[in-house]
Design a protein around this ligand. Structure first.
Ligand SMILES: Cc1cc2nc3c(=O)[nH]c(=O)nc-3n(C[C@H](O)[C@H](O)[C@H](O)COP(=O)(O)OP(=O)(O)OC[C@H]3O[C@@H](n4cnc5c(N)ncnc54)[C@H](O)[C@@H]3O)c2cc1C
Length: 421
């Protein structure tokens, strides 16, 4: 990668100041790297990828060359060895400059985070652990040695992505591996990933939720196809077209988690579903930063007209700042608590953080447009894209805004197993 000359740029202030938030050296360095890439490369490309609804290929080349494809791959297996919290902080910095890049990179990183830090903390038999170690080394080597990109298609045209219904994509045990059949919708990176990290259900009698499987399907495999188009209001660069699997054979080593372990992960490590929020924390920060620069008359590409002297604008900016601070503080606390078997309060705080980030990111963008005014929604500025991208966050399963409310209300009022009869 051509070296970024940081002497020539004034780097944006970090979303989370290292000293104030007690970031580690690794967190400080990686968030700075993300800001450098975002500010000098991703930001200027975001408009074109959004317009064309095309996958941000150049940004992924930069992520690869900077080592960030392996951000959560353990150091001993060639990666950077970042943990959940570190990844989340870095993801927010990427999301600030290109939401679609951050969201798709998130799908890729999950294939290493979930198979890494999350599985490391779960209960596995010695045989499962040994097989998992051997298999994930294969997947991680593809990423760090060959630059392979993984995606994470879970959603189907049914309620399975909510985590309450079995996936209708099926994996049938056959000699040497599995045969996969099914259909995924909203499959970000469709046609762009090298491997699809698919959630599916074991095809056997009396299959239950615990028979959920997480497997890697080579994009070039026989029977894999991408269909339809992706032309949406926001997150257009995610290229989330439909994926079809027809009698696709995969070897046993394509299992990303041992049989039965995905359900344990979801129940005992709930913060694994909060990963999407990183992108939207970045978008919320970007909307605020844009507003301040705009009202100060410092927006690149605009005449330097100041609008900051109007009391109505000052009050609106104060409200935005408070909303941003509330969002960031709650989110920082929640990502700091992520881990195995969180307490009830910690789990409910994770729902609250997810809900707050997704709703407030969109609300901050709405406020930004209102306070900046008409010229701010020109396509030559990033704000209208931030507004459209931010609308998508609350829709994303399994923790949509509605489902967070649903769970937080019920779990606040009922203890496990309690009924009213
Ligand atoms: C930009 C973008 C990228 C995406 N990328 C991916 C990806 O890479 N991989 C992936 O797996 N998915 C991805 N998704 C899909 C996403 O997570 C959802 O699966 C998708 O938005 C579901 O749409 P739907 O209308 O079919 O949802 P539905 O299941 O029909 O839900 C619609 C709404 O009903 C509500 N609802 C659903 N079930 C319940 C319930 N039991 N109780 C109360 N309310 C409920 C939810 O709040 C939801 O918002 C992506 C989505 C977007 C917007």
């Amino acid at each position: 990668m051509e070296k970024i000359n940081i002497d020539k740029i004034v780097l944006d202030a970090p979303i989370f100041d290292s000293g104030a938030f007690g970031l580690t050296d690794q967190q400080t360095d990686l968030t700075m790297l993300a800001r450098q890439l975002g500010q000098t490369r991703f930001a200027e490309r975001a408009h074109d990828y959004d317009g064309a609804a095309s996958f941000p290929v150049e940004n992924f080349n930069d992520l690869k060359e900077s080592g960030l494809l392996g951000v959560c791959v353990p150091k001993e297996l060639g990666g950077i060895g970042a943990d959940y919290k570190t990844y989340m902080l870095v993801g927010a910095e990427v999301g600030r400059y290109c939401g679609a890049t951050a969201l798709t990179w998130n799908m890729h990183v999950c294939s290493t985070l979930w198979t890494g830090q999350v599985v490391d903390s779960l209960d596995l038999t010695a045989e499962q652990r040994a097989n998992h170690e051997r298999r994930r080394a294969i997947h991680y080597s593809r990423i760090v040695d060959d630059g392979a990109i993984y995606s994470q298609p879970g959603s189907e045209p049914n309620a399975s992505a909510t985590g309450t219904v079995m996936f209708s994509t099926k994996a049938k045990k056959v000699d040497g591996g599995w045969r996969i059949n099914g259909h995924k919708i909203f499959a970000s990176l469709a046609g762009n990933a090298n491997y699809y990290g698919v959630l599916c259900c074991e095809d056997k009698e009396n299959a239950r939720l615990r028979d959920t499987m997480y497997v890697a399907i080579p994009a070039a495999g026989d029977g894999v196809s991408v269909k339809g188009n992706w032309d949406t209001v926001g997150m257009r660069g995610t290229d989330s077209r439909d994926l079809f699997f027809e009698d696709v054979f995969i070897s046993a080593d394509e299992q990303l988690m041992p049989r039965g372990v995905y359900q344990q992960a979801g129940l005992r490590w709930p913060h694994m579903f909060m990963v999407l929020t990183a992108t939207y924390v970045g978008i919320a920060q970007a909307a605020f930063d844009f507003t301040v620069a705009y009202l100060r008359g410092e927006t690149p590409g605009m005449r330097p007209v100041k609008r900051r002297m109007f009391p109505t604008k000052q009050i609106a900016v104060a409200e935005m700042r408070f909303k941003l601070e509330q969002t960031k503080s709650l989110w920082f606390q929640a990502i700091s608590e992520a881990g195995l078997d969180p307490t009830k309060d910690q789990r409910l705080r994770a729902y609250a953080a997810q809900y707050t980030v997704m709703e407030n990111a969109n609300e901050l963008c709405r406020q930004a447009i209102r306070v900046c005014g008409g010229q701010s929604i020109l396509k030559s500025f990033p704000l209208e894209r931030l507004y459209r991208d931010s609308r998508c966050g609350a829709l994303m399963l399994p923790w949509t805004a509605e489902l967070c409310l649903d769970r937080a209300g019920r779990e606040s009022l009922y203890n496990p197993g309690e009924t009213d009869s």
